[in-house]
Design a protein around this ligand. Structure first.
Ligand code: AMP
Ligand code: ZN
Length: 115
């Protein structure tokens, strides 16, 4: 399924609910996390609805690669100039709350609120 109409991140991708979006291309968007755990904390998501990394297959390898490749560029632009952390929570034991694949990018001067 390319879009899930009950999915909050699909709605953000479609511009139907507001978010602090600062990057968009044909496949990906990035926006600031609503509950930042670090001075710089944003999410990179595919526009395509994939519930989690568990639903990704070989056909998504390039998309996943693009998410990773984009992270350092956006992190620097957002002010994380001294490194950053990338996190993808998957499933209940992974602590996943929103079931639309997303990669956290966290950085900025320490201490952070978490970790
Ligand atoms: P998780 O699924 O565990 O990676 O957590 C979901 C993340 O999405 C949390 O860090 C939330 O703060 C963030 N989040 C949830 N809703 C929104 C929203 N409407 N805009 C921005 N970030 C959100
Ligand atoms: Zn979705």
């Amino acid at each position: 399924m390319s879009t899930d109409h009950n999915c909050i991140f699909c709605k953000i991708a479609a511009g139907q609910i507001p978010a602090k979006k600062f990057y968009e291309d044909d496949e990906l968007i990035a926006f600031h996390d609503i509950r930042p755990a670090a001075p710089v904390h944003f999410l990179v998501i595919p526009k395509l609805h994939l519930a989690s990394l568990n639903e990704a297959g070989p056909e998504h390898a390039a998309l996943l690669g693009r998410m990773l490749e984009l992270a350092p560029k956006l992190a620097r632009e957002q002010g994380a100039t001294n490194g950053f952390r990338t996190v993808i929570n998957t499933g209940p034991d992974g602590g996943q709350e929103v079931y639309h694949l997303h990669m956290h990018v966290m950085g900025g001067p320490r201490p952070w609120k978490q970790g």
